[in-house]
Design a protein around this ligand. Sequence first.
Ligand SMILES: [Zn+2]
Length: 81
Amino acid sequence: MTCPACESSKQRPHTGVYRFQCLECCARLVASTYPSKRHAAAMLAAIERFPQSPGRAEVLACVDQLLTKRRSVPPKCTTDS
Ligand SMILES: [Zn+2]
């Protein structure tokens, strides 16, 4: 299940359209800031302020998948506990 913003991003990756209710959109948004952790944190903060947004942990998990897919290398063990 994809939202319209995710759908249009497939045609134009830099369309800049994101829906904060959509987990994939949030993940795309955060992933687009990588490797800047400061920007990623700012995006996560913006997402958290949005009432219907998915949870931070969920978004981060999805970001991880996105970045892993993008690089197609095995994920590093960088989970801070
Ligand atoms: Zn979406």
